[in-house]
Design a protein around this ligand. Structure first.
Ligand SMILES: C[S@@+](CC[C@H](N)C(=O)[O-])C[C@H]1O[C@@H](n2cnc3c(N)ncnc32)[C@H](O)[C@@H]1O
Length: 201
């Protein structure tokens, strides 16, 4: 895979420093992270480079693997791994042990049926006391947290009626149903949030 096949997502470059600050705290005792929906692979390479003792396993639907591989191969890091095929609607488990799971900007792209499956998947795959960090825009108390999020939601739904910004309360319920409790909730730049759940023993 040549370097020219690497794809750039400008939003990923804008948000990565703020996410890095949170992960540096939340993943400080974590050794092995599975990323769901790695997208271009940019986050994976950026975080793996800054957390050299962390093993970062990328994953996504098969159509994104070429882009992820381009970033991973070009990085030349031994702690970021080529993607596993994970479509949460189709895959129940993955090889490996993970005490951390990270996913960014996925819950509003997936259908809600897929979001339900993602929480079930995380509940199964995460090791006991492991952490699930989910980043993105979320609604609070059924309301958009900003006009820009409302506009973003309209734009998503005009592309696909099944996409849309999720109510955080619904995600907290899903986490609870799958053995996870909310540990911390970070307010992030550009009307995003990062939620940290911990799986029980
Ligand atoms: C907006 S991109 C975010 C990519 C990257 N995490 C980032 O923040 O730049 C949404 C990602 O969700 C993934 N995705 C959508 N539906 C999925 C599903 N059913 N299972 C796994 N990943 C899915 C897409 O393939 C894509 O990589």
């Amino acid at each position: 895979m040549s370097v020219t096949e690497k794809q750039n997502a400008p939003a990923t470059e804008r948000n990565r420093d703020a996410i890095l600050d949170v992960l540096a705290r939340e993943f400080r005792a974590v050794t092995s992270v599975l990323e769901i929906g790695s997208g271009t692979g940019q986050h994976a390479v950026f975080f793996a480079e800054r957390f050299p003792t962390l093993r970062w396993q990328t994953s996504d639907r098969i159509e994104n693997h070429a882009a992820i591989n381009a970033w991973v191969e070009n990085a030349g890091l031994d702690n970021v791994l080529p993607p596993l095929v994970v479509d949460v609607l189709e895959v129940d488990s993955v090889p490996g042990d993970y005490d951390g799971i990270f996913s960014a900007n996925t819950a509003h792209i997936m259908s809600f049926a897929a979001v339900i499956r993602m929480f079930e998947f995380v509940g199964r795959v995460l090791s006991a006391e492991g952490l699930f960090c989910l980043y993105g825009p979320f609604n609070l108390n059924g309301e958009f947290t900003s006009e820009s999020n409302a506009a973003f939601d309209r734009s998503l739904k005009s592309q696909d009626a099944l996409m849309g910004i999720r109510d955080l309360e619904a995600l907290v319920d899903l986490a609870g149903q799958n053995g996870m409790r909310e540990l911390r909730r970070y307010t992030m730049p550009a009307n995003n949030m990062l939620i940290v759940w911990q799986k029980g023993r």
